[in-house]
Design a protein around this ligand. Structure first.
Ligand code: TYD
Ligand code: MG
Length: 461
């Protein structure tokens, strides 16, 4: 047995950098501590398939089977149509986020349309899965179940049943005794996944592998599989919120720009077709410190409410509490407000958040954050039917962000009347009144938020 040192850092591309004959605390190759991962050295030479001759690209047969819709609209959106036969999809996410639920609902939807699906549950018994399926109304004649952790059994089930979709939940809990190392180890996860990939390529079922990731990204987690599968989906969300986001991190058959949104309910995951309505549903009009911003997640515009609260502080270093927003961007906006707009919050506690459990990293939200902070500081609310969109530069200038037109169209669709935008923003027709501003100071003026302003200007409440 050889102990191979692997450093699981992006810089090394997850490749082995050295081998050691016994356990060592420090990698002889790169000097890093505690990065050795045990791997059984291959003893039998791998038989090579006969070489194929290179062909001109025009003579390569066009790709065969097209994607098959799963019937779960938000999943199909992220997959660019559906599952491609012979492809391997990795569904990753933190434990408890809802991977098994999504999988069961997707398989039930496909089985309902006559596609033979086999779900191998290596974590739950068939009875447990059935109970869940009853709750989710997912009992279908073409949905087959097996509860097994041994990979040779999984392959045998697949050979016997010849499913069109094979799902394994999870890849960390199946193991192949022939690989030697303990279940869940890197060698096991990779070895088992390689055999399932082989199955997908030779027998053409669409294979879905579920993989757990922790916030830190476990060693034996899906990260080591990313390069062997065709598609990597990541299922995310705040545990205390019902909102779940599905993204493609890698997709060989389509774009990785789509975002799927679900809401976890008592009856499983529900597709959120109109997320902006969801995020703005509980808005209270006329409250100071709130601004609505159109952010872009992938290609999908979402209207999100940014909220700020400013309170007197008794601390030497006043509190800065940020949730759902990028704290570095909030700090930048605070600095710009102080130096360019004379809005000083240096002696106040500042709380800023994005409502609804969504995480906003988009610089297009900067202007909305600035308006929310200035509104919270002055106690003057923004008008309810106004949105703000733009990135803020250190000079206090407001800059245009990608796909401003698409964002503004979403705001117009939801009935907003006006948008505070950078001077260079494209025209959107008559749907939305555009208030063009060059600087944050102009934006505060336009919104009637500057403390020294004597009268309330048109956009203010
Ligand atoms: P699960 O799909 O088991 O998560 P994972 O496979 O990612 O570990 O679902 C986890 C949570 O979802 C569980 O804590 C309960 C919740 N849940 C609901 O709220 N409603 C439902 O209908 C189901 C099936 C689960
Ligand atoms: Mg699960």
């Amino acid at each position: 047995m050889t102990v191979t040192a692997r450093l699981y850092g992006d810089a090394y591309g997850y490749e082995a950098v050295a081998a050691a004959p016994r356990w060592e605390g420090r990698c002889g190759g790169c000097g890093a501590w505690n990065t050795l991962v045990e791997e059984v050295a291959a003893t039998t030479p791998v038989a090579l398939a006969p070489a194929e001759r290179p062909v001109p690209i025009g003579q390569v047969a066009a790709a065969g089977a097209a994607a098959r819709a799963t019937g779960i609209s938000e999943l199909d959106r992220v997959l660019g149509g559906g599952l491609v036969p012979g492809s391997v999809t990795l569904l990753g996410g933190e434990p408890g986020i809802g991977k098994s639920t999504l999988l069961l609902q997707a398989l039930a939807a496909m089985a309902g349309a006559g596609t033979r699906c086999l779900l191998v549950s290596a974590e739950e018994s068939c009875q447990q899965v059935r109970l869940r399926a009853e709750r989710l109304d997912a009992l279908r004649p073409e949905l087959w179940l097996a509860s097994d952790t041994a990979l040779p059994h999984v392959l045998a089930h697949a050979a016997e049943l010849a499913p069109e979709v094979l799902a394994v939940d999870s890849i960390q809990t199946v193991h192949d005794p022939a690989l030697g190392s303990s279940p869940g180890s890197v060698a096991q996860v990779r070895g088992c996944a390689a055999q399932l990939v082989q199955l997908a390529k030779t027998r053409s079922p669409a294979v879905i592998l579920v993989g757990h990731v922790t916030k830190e990204g476990t060693l034996a987690g899906p990260r080591v599989l990313e390069h062997v599968v065709d598609t990597v989906l990541s299922f995310e969300g705040e545990r205390h919120h019902a909102l779940r986001l599905l993204r493609a991190q890698k997709h060989r058959f389509g774009s990785t720009d789509e975002l799927g949104l679900f809401e976890m309910s008592d009856a499983g995951l529900r597709a959120v077709a109109d997320p902006s309505c969801l995020f703005l549903g509980d808005r209270r009009p006329g409250v100071a410190g709130c601004a609505v911003v159109p952010v872009l997640d992938g290609r999908r515009p979402l209207l999100v409410e940014v909220q700020a609260l400013v309170a007197g502080s008794s601390l030497t270093m006043p509190r800065r509490s940020v949730q759902g927003l990028d704290s570095a961007r909030v700090a930048l906006v605070l600095a710009v407000l102080e130096r360019r707009c004379s809005v000083s919050l240096a002696n106040s506690d500042v709380y800023a958040s994005a409502a609804g459990g969504v995480r906003v990293g988009d610089p297009g939200a900067d202007l909305g954050i600035a308006l929310a902070l200035a509104s919270a500081s002055s106690g003057r609310p923004l008008a309810d039917d106004v949105i703000a969109c733009g990135e803020i530069g250190l000079g206090g200038e407001v800059r245009q962000v990608a796909q401003t037109g698409r964002r503004l169209a979403e705001a117009a669709r939801l009935g907003f009347r006006a948008a505070i935008v950078p001077g260079s923003a494209p025209d959107t027709g008559a749907a939305l009144e555009l208030v063009r501003v060059a600087t944050v100071r102009d934006a505060l003026d336009a919104a009637g938020l500057r403390a020294e302003q004597p009268t309330v200007v048109s956009l203010a409440k």
